[in-house]
Design a protein around this ligand. Structure first.
Ligand SMILES: Nc1nc2c(ncn2[C@@H]2O[C@H](COP(=O)(O)OP(=O)(O)OP(=O)(O)O)[C@@H](O)[C@H]2O)c(=O)[nH]1
Ligand SMILES: [Mg+2]
Length: 226
């Protein structure tokens, strides 16, 4: 099998997973997820351990909701209709090997300037300097697609050679043809990007669509890291 990007033309570009991978994903996440630490500065980060994955994305894109859907624990990560809810790096752990990090959103223009600067600095420093960060899931709202504010983060990940994969959120909202158009546009934009992992995961925290596939994607990643 080639590792070429999965082309769309359909409403989902989630890479196909074997039943064994789906089952591994289920098992991986069917543990007691716990809040571990919150950090608003680099020195406050917990010690590096095991495999870390992070969800990044524009403010209000659905990062915290996705964390709750993946872990199966409603209310583990705090969500809100108001952008700017998550203001620190929030670490969740599942046993010894896997950590999941909920990040503050970027691109929230209405927040106080000093706060935006502090968050941006923290996001950049973390994404750049975390050696055990195995993959960053860059969340993109399925209604809107890539925005200008996503570019600096993708640039940084490419520069730092941190592997990332795009995850569409709120896939329950657009019509199938709109979803397909957004997916195609993102795939075209990612072709030029060096650290982008092939394939887009399409999810809805609301309906649960694609959550099993995303768990399987993380299980595949963990298997690669063994
Ligand atoms: N329709 C729909 N709405 C969603 C979905 N996931 C999240 N939302 C809504 O999007 C809003 C933002 O969700 P959060 O999970 O708090 O977003 P966030 O990216 O963590 O936001 P910040 O922490 O502020 O950056 C909330 O009103 C959620 O209910 C989804 O799958 N479908
Ligand atoms: Mg949040």
């Amino acid at each position: 099998m080639s590792d070429a990007p999965i082309s769309s033309g359909t409403t989902t570009t989630t890479a196909p997973f074997t039943p064994a991978e789906m089952s591994a994903g289920r098992k991986l996440f069917a543990v007691d997820w716990e809040f571990m630490a919150a950090a608003d500065t680099m020195p406050a980060l917990p010690k590096m351990f095991g495999v870390e994955i992070a969800v990044a994305g524009r403010s209000n894109v659905g990062k915290s909701s996705l964390v709750n859907a993946l872990t199966g624990r409603d209310g583990l990560a705090r969500t809100s209709q108001t952008p700017g809810r998550t203001q620190e790096l929030i670490f969740f752990s599942a046993g010894e090997r896997l950590r999941l990090v909920d990040m503050p959103g970027y691109g929230y223009a209405a927040a106080p300037k000093a706060k935006v600067a502090a968050w941006t600095e923290l996001i950049r420093a973390y994404l750049r300097g975390r050696a055990n960060l195995a993959r960053v899931y860059v969340l993109i709202d399925a209604r809107h697609g890539l925005k200008d504010t996503d570019a600096p983060v993708l640039d940084l990940l490419d520069e730092a050679a941190v592997s990332y994969q795009v995850v569409l959120t709120k896939a329950d909202q657009p019509k199938p043809n709109e979803l397909a158009a957004v997916t195609d546009a993102i795939e075209a934009a990612l072709k030029k990007r060096t650290a982008a992992y092939p394939g887009i995961l399409t999810t809805s925290a609301r309906t649960g669509a694609g959550i099993g596939e995303m768990r399987a994607a993380v299980a595949r990643l963990m298997a690669e890291k063994r």
